[in-house]
Design a protein around this ligand. Structure first.
Ligand code: ATP
Length: 444
């Protein structure tokens, strides 16, 4: 039974759990924190890696028409001139002169009034470029300005022909990349939803213009399927939202939105980008970026269909789906049932997949040996402190799907007790069957 009272309540609980258990916390906390920057702690990084690998496997490893790339974060500055980011990647902002609250004008309910203090004493709206700048080389002047990439896709476009030639791929095919992106967001907020440094997972699919709408529909469905089948999201928490206005070069664009605790928000975008990116890089580099179609012998610039998602937003959505509070029966007579916090993460992405627990300190060595064996196959942890009930609660809170207890009978019956997180059911499993038992449950 879920006993979370309100959606804001849920957001606070997620933030608090993330900090308490070392999933995600504010960067540079000892200096008062740094707004818009977040660190992933020991459980956070295991969780993040697992979700990232799930995406990579779904988008790249299991397809023969998508390949990968890991490009630099700082690219030739002309890349960002060509992409339009240097001249146009900006938001309009204004400040309240009385309470100093800063706003992105497009996100204000009423652009003439400060929603914090009610004042109408606002600065005139002004443009603010979101690119983060740095300098490359020993001279700090305008000629040496470089940019931290604002999206991971641009190097995919500039490397397209190198990758095509190296892999001998013919159109249609895609190139995927996971990596850090940087945006000097005016109002970072909602925990990791809007940060200044974040990880993107993007795939650019290159095809002919004639086929492009077919591929757009294909990727639109594939990406939705990822959330419902691979991450186990409930479909009522997901919706498509077609863009109201399209970029002049685009034939179609849609967001997959998720119902976050603070309301519906963009999780991922699927964009038909036409030949815009390739034509801009062709113009700015003066290189011919056309593709020679060997079947028709025609040369053309490939059309691009893009899938683009922020990993941090995906993790936040996953935590919001997984968080629950229910009642675990206590064995003590006359006592109320315990409230347990539990993350219902699927076994593939749980930061710890199997926790090994000795029933008593005397069994520590045996449990330790078992964990050292299992850690070759799963993400494991040896949990030795506190009574078994407390250890179960701790593991529930970080979403561990299986707890394996080594007890005093284990030496004689060569078996252990496996406790399943969601049902709390316990089963005796022989040590010789433990691997196949866990494999079946985790990788099925
Ligand atoms: P928004 O409208 O929310 O600012 P966007 O339309 O600018 O997002 P895109 O440029 O299409 O976003 O980026 C693709 C994806 O990257 C988004 O769907 C989102 O998941 C992620 N993303 C974008 N900006 C941020 C950010 N500041 N923090 C975290 N993730 C982000």
């Amino acid at each position: 039974m879920a006993i979370v009272n309100s959606e804001n309540d849920l957001m606070e609980k997620i933030v608090s759990l993330c900090k308490r258990r070392g999933f995600i916390f504010q960067s540079s906390e000892i200096y008062g924190g740094y707004n818009g920057f977040w660190d992933y702690g020991p459980y956070g990084i295991e969780f993040k890696n697992a979700v990232q690998q799930l995406w990579w496997k779904y988008m790249v490893t299991t397809r023969d028409n998508v390949v990968g790339l890991d490009s630099t974060i700082i690219c030739h500055p002309r890349t960002w001139k060509a992409s339009g980011h240097v001249d146009r990647f900006s938001d309009i902002m204004c400040d309240c002169k009385d309470c100093k609250t800063r706003y992105r004008v497009d996100q204000m309910e009423d652009p003439t009034t400060c929603s914090n203090c009610g004042s109408k004493n606002l600065t005139p709206p002004r443009e603010f470029n979101l690119m983060l700048k740095t300098y490359v080389g020993p001279v700090f002047d305008e000629d040496h300005v470089a940019y931290l990439r604002a999206e991971t896709c641009q190097p995919i476009f500039t490397d397209f022909h190198l990758i095509r030639i190296a892999t001998r791929k013919q159109l249609p095919f895609g190139i995927a990349q996971i990596g850090k992106s940087f945006r000097n967001e005016i109002t970072p907020r909602n925990f990791t939803f809007r940060s200044r440094e974040f990880t993107q997972m993007e795939m650019e699919f290159f095809c002919s213009d004639e086929d492009s709408m077919k591929w757009y529909e294909f990727w639109k469905e594939e990406r939705m399927k990822f959330y419902t089948t691979k991450l186990g999201f409930k479909s009522e928490f997901l919706q498509y939202h077609d863009h109201d206005t399209l970029a002049h070069y685009a034939k179609a664009a849609v967001d997959i939105e998720f119902k976050y605790p603070f309301g519906w928000g963009e999780l991922e975008g699927i964009h038909h980008r036409g030949t815009w990116d390739m034509s801009r890089h062709q113009e700015f580099s003066q290189e011919n970026l056309e593709y020679l179609d060997q079947l028709t012998n025609k040369k053309y610039l490939p059309t691009v269909v893009e899938t683009s998602v922020g990993l941090d937003r995906m993790l936040l959505a996953t935590l919001a789906q997984a968080y629950d509070e229910d009642k675990a029966p206590t064995k003590k007579e006359g006592m109320d049932d315990d409230v347990r916090i539990v993350l219902h993460l699927t076994p593939m992405i749980a930061p710890v997949q199997v926790a090994v627990m000795p029933l008593s300190k005397k069994l520590n060595e045996k449990a330790d040996a078992l964990q050292k064996d299992l850690c070759n196959f799963y993400r494991t942890e040896l949990d030795v402190t506190g009574n078994i009930g407390k250890r179960y609660r701790r593991q529930d809170e970080i979403g561990t799907p299986f707890c394996v207890t080594y007890d005093f009978d284990s030496d004689t019956d060569n078996a252990v007790t496996v406790r399943e997180r969601d049902t709390m059911a316990q089963e005796r499993v022989s040590l010789s069957n433990l691997r196949s038992y866990l494999d079946e449950k985790i990788y099925k």
